[in-house]
Design a binder for this molecule. Sequence first.
Ligand SMILES: [Mn+2]
Length: 351
Amino acid sequence: MPQNQGNEESNSKDKALFEKLLAKYGKAKVVIATHNRADVDAISSSYSVHRQFPNSILCTREEMTEGAKMLCAKLGIEPKPLTELNKNNFSGILVVDTSAYTLVPDAKNWPILGIIDHHRADGRDIKGEFEIIDEQSPSAAEIVANILDEKDIDENMAFALSIGIIADGARFKSARAQTFETLARLIKISKTEYAELLSYAEPGPKDEAKIAILKAMQKLNYVYASGYIIATSEGISNESDSASLITEAADVAFIAKWKDETKETRISARARGSVMVPLNEVMSTVAKRIGGAGGGHPKAAGAAVKCHTDEALKRCVGTFIELAEKQEKINSDIKYSQAIDAKLDEKDKES
Ligand SMILES: [Mn+2]
């Protein structure tokens, strides 16, 4: 079975770890925190974990995505900013759907009881007492759905987790067999039509968002290098939506936005499935070089860097091309050695 299919062995290991975490902190006063600018996966996974800890408070900060707001309204929850809580009243934090302090800066100086995450190791600087990390999982919701006992998943949780799985997997582009099995199981429990789930997972953009995306398109530039069309632009908001849409045509998109409050440029990066260069590596390399932090997934990544947008975008394109060339060299070296091996095999047969 290919490694990323999800398997019972790693599921039961994670499940056992979660049970230990519950046994130790299940009754304690804890905070369940997810990343800033929470999306549907972040809310659905942290909400479902929160439901396992009767004395927990759900936290996130900054504006949520549209789908996440809709989900919170449907579930009747209002996550608080962590800054409103007094650390001394809690045993600690469980961080869900991230393991990087750049995405939950308020968690610094709090005891980290556990982490549940599916992001790659780069940029991971949070260490938890219990760590449930599955980099192969397309969503945090899929991890959470599989570490919980089926009897502990009610209609609301199944609804939330279903849309987390649908939303974070970018229409199943990074799905595995287990993703479909898990989703089918959850949809049944949720007693909801797929069409309704989809309307939460992929809500139509608001007019401001449509305008922001079109503005990013107006400012678009692109280069062709190493066999890839690399697009760049500046956004006023909705950078990740813009980047996703632009990669319907280009291979890669980097969309930058200057944040005056923090004096940094935020970058959203997206790539088409066929792109061999992992964007999380591009983002973490760029951040390392100019100061800041970056990471994410191979096809969807981001960074916050300490320079202006022009410079940041130049560095993104430069680093992408550099890594693409390295990849090309590795591929041609492999082909070359395979060709030599084949020649030698032929000779062996002849003699
Ligand atoms: Mn996620």
